[in-house]
Ligand binder design. Structure first.
Ligand code: CMP
Length: 139
């Protein structure tokens, strides 16, 4: 059964462009509620650990540098069918391929600076939420 949480980050490009408010509004309009949220800057080590599944990819170094290059917002969101519905709301990883009206189409600059992250499975949503937040069971 599909789970009801997903994890997101508003990436450095979105924060730098002052788009935290408009992007969170789109998430709310898409039916998502915020369960936990924090504003922080990742160290290179933390970014490398978060994206360890991409370690062998050619873009890994660029990804880690990019994600540790400025502040981000990390959040846990809830909605029925959260992972799939959120991926639909944010659009394709490459913003030039994202559908009209999606968050990446509206706010992303490039495949690396693509405004937001969204979990790709229920299992990863749990792992990623736990990477940033503890005691989520309180909610
Ligand atoms: P995200 O959903 O956070 O998951 C992995 C990230 O790697 C992805 O978004 C992109 O920002 C980034 N990424 C994927 N492919 C490339 C690429 N070809 N070049 C640079 N970054 C990439």
């Amino acid at each position: 059964m599909a789970g009801n949480i997903t994890f997101t980050m508003l990436k450095p490009d979105a924060v730098e462009a002052n788009n935290i408010g408009p992007i969170l509004a789109k998430m709310n309009e898409g039916g998502f509620r915020i369960l936990a949220m924090k504003y922080l800057r990742l160290s290179k080590e933390q970014a490398g650990q978060f994206y360890a599944v991409h370690k062998e990819r050619p873009f890994y170094g660029e990804l880690v540098n990019y994600m540790s290059g400025g502040p981000i917002v990390a959040a846990v969101l809830t909605k029925d069918n959260a992972v799939a519905d959120f991926r639909k709301l944010i659009g394709a990883t490459d913003p030039s391929k994202a559908e009209e009206g999606t968050i990446r189409k509206l706010f992303a600059k490039s495949i690396a600076a693509n405004a937001v992250h969204g979990s790709d499975s229920d299992e990863n949503a749990g792992i990623e939420a736990n990477f940033f937040f503890s005691q989520l069971e309180r909610f």
